[in-house]
Write a protein that binds this ligand. Structure first.
Ligand SMILES: [Zn+2]
Length: 283
């Protein structure tokens, strides 16, 4: 069986050394094969998933924490410097009004709709996965769409926080995000942990995997690999502390990788001969 026009013929996946793609193409095909074989894939996303939308990440040289002290997102800072805390979050909420989901969010939403992806676990608070159409989104660190009263817990839209960060009860409003010094939302964490325990493929997209407890989830998947073959794949521009545990590491821009893998998935599977020929999708 010949591959689509312009492509080398498909090769059995066990002849991995034989893959003839370039340095970028090769891991794309490997990832596409892992996705085709998986029965329960989940994604784990971080700031790098949103950088193409124009949002800054946190830890790179251009990141948020190089321009703002990290302690501004802490419980202690909120309690002691409420006005500055409010300014910081007003700026972050305002920045969200001008951004749109990017190809990372769109590909993941499309994969969920196609039944390939079961859940997105995200460290991001920007709500862009939800806006792109992802349905099962476990936002480990909350999101900036709403705020709540720090005293009585009443929930308001984030616009209320921008106008006047006070509750009817007189308490202070704060964004519905997890601040440094706070616990992760227990229900969301339990669901995410269950996904990490049952998935056979976890795709880390744009996370430096430096923030715990969130990074414990991909770590859990990597540790399972010796027991039950669960695979961790890391797509991130920079090295991460879990790279040595991953089945595959791709140090490229997340959007480029996901779009390329999505195209590869649209081709006839190299390791399932007999599949019907398909035409290549445009662009
Ligand atoms: Zn209140």
């Amino acid at each position: 069986m010949n591959g689509p026009a312009g492509e080398p013929p498909p090769v059995p996946h066990r002849g991995a050394a034989r893959d003839s793609g370039g340095p970028v193409d090769d891991p794309i095909r490997r990832l596409a094969r892992l996705i085709r074989r998986s029965r329960h894939m989940v994604a784990f996303t971080g700031a790098g998933a949103s950088t193409e939308s124009g949002l800054p990440d946190f830890r790179s040289s251009q990141g948020l924490w190089n321009r703002w002290p990290q302690r501004m997102a802490s419980l202690e800072f909120m309690e002691q410097h409420f006005d500055e805390f409010t300014e910081f979050y007003r700026a972050r909420i305002a920045a969200l009004a001008d951004v749109e989901p990017n190809r990372v969010h769109r590909v993941l939403a499309a994969w969920e709709a196609a039944g390939l992806l079961k859940a997105v676990i995200t460290q991001n608070v920007d709500g862009l996965h939800q806006r792109a159409g992802s349905r099962r989104v476990l936002a480990l660190h909350g999101d900036l769409q709403t705020c709540r009263c720090h005293r009585c817990g009443r929930v308001y839209p984030s616009e209320t926080f921008v106008v006047d960060p006070h509750c009817l009860c007189g308490g202070r409003l704060r964004p519905n995000v997890v601040l440094f010094g706070e616990f992760l939302p227990a229900g969301t964490w339990a669901e995410a942990e269950a996904e990490a325990a049952r998935c056979d493929l976890m795709l880390v997209v744009g996370s430096s995997l430096e923030v715990y407890p969130a990074a414990a989830l991909p770590e859990m998947v990597a540790r399972r690999s010796a027991l039950d073959g669960a695979a961790l794949v890391i797509i991130n521009r920079d090295p991460t502390p879990l790279d040595h545990l991953a089945a595959l590491v791709i140090r490229e821009t997340a959007g480029e990788v996901l779009v390329a893998v999505d195209r590869e998935l649209a081709r006839p599977a190299a390791d399932s001969p007999g599949g019907p020929p398909q035409s290549l999708p445009e662009g």
